[in-house]
Design a protein around this ligand. Structure first.
Ligand code: ADP
Length: 264
């Protein structure tokens, strides 16, 4: 069973003034497996943010269904949606959305407050997560004391600190240079592999697809292709160490390759 399943999704916006109708999504169908890194690519206005807002329980749909782990989230009431947003998912934004008056640790610890985790444990988890995103030296810095790339790492740490089922990312590299973009994309891929988190990232930048397991292309509110790159990607990725340096007991099987773990 896929972790996330979207069936016949349709979204019509009615503009506030004049009551014009805009069909933002029509008959969108796709599914994503647990631990998959999925990118949804499309030009501006294609419907990417609309999909993400609906999957993230922040907007309603006009027709269709969205399932997470077999639960129909498109049927959730307000209370269930609040719980879904707090416990099941994480979000990474293009403009980071950090709280300026708080340090990196305080920003990352924030989502754990809703989980009634003690202050000490929240801080420990946030510090550990910041180390995992390579910000061990910047824990007590405020956002305006950090570069864009560092702020986005804090944003990523905040999304993953609760160990959610799914992390949604809306153009997370939109404000970053090429080198930092690569680092951020590799970080998402590493977390998908290490933590088994499902990641759904939307972007207009097709070159980001090379990091992902599934590439869903959307145009004018419709899916025009859905490519499964898991197997192809695992074969392309060389193991981190040369084969002769690996311990003998490590053998690559089709399964380890297909799982994209590269065996090392
Ligand atoms: P993308 O994220 O791919 O740029 P969006 O999901 O933001 O695209 O928008 C898809 C379409 O829906 C566009 O035609 C956009 O103008 C329209 N749209 C988005 N939000 C609204 C809204 N609140 N009211 C009316 N139309 C909207």
């Amino acid at each position: 069973m896929p972790l996330l399943e979207v069936t016949n999704l349709k979204k019509i916006y009615t503009t506030r003034f004049g009551g014009n109708k805009v069909q933002a999504l029509s008959n969108v169908n796709f599914s994503v497996e647990k631990g998959e890194f999925c990118v949804i690519v499309g030009a501006s206005g294609a419907g990417k943010t609309t999909i993400l807002n609906i999957l993230g329980g922040m907007d309603t749909l006009t027709n269709g269904q969205v399932f997470l782990d077999g639960q129909e989230i498109s049927n959730y009431d307000k209370k269930q949606l609040t719980s879904y947003r707090r416990f099941d998912i994480g979000f990474v934004f293009q403009s980071y959305n950090l709280i300026q008056g708080m340090t990196a640790v305080e920003n990352v610890a924030m989502p754990l407050m809703f989980r009634r985790v003690s202050r000490k444990k929240r801080e420990e988890a946030a510090r550990e997560m910041l180390k995992q995103v390579g910000l061990g030296e910047r824990m007590d810095h405020r956002p305006n004391e950090m570069s864009g790339g560092q702020q986005q790492r804090v944003g990523i740490a905040r999304a993953f600190v609760t160990n959610p089922e799914v992390v949604f990312a809306d153009e997370p590299t939109g404000n970053l240079d090429t080198k930092t973009t690569k680092e951020v994309m590799e970080m998402f891929l590493r977390f998908a592999r290490e933590k088994g988190t499902t990641i759904i990232l939307v972007t207009h930048d097709r070159s980001l697809a090379e990091y992902c397991d599934r590439i869903v292309t959307i145009s004018d509110g419709r899916i025009i292709s859905n490519e499964d790159h898991r197997h192809a990607k695992a074969i392309q990725d060389p193991p981190a160490a040369p084969a002769e340096e690996l311990p003998e007991k490590l053998h690559f099987t089709d399964n380890t390759l297909a799982a994209g773990q590269g065996g090392v």
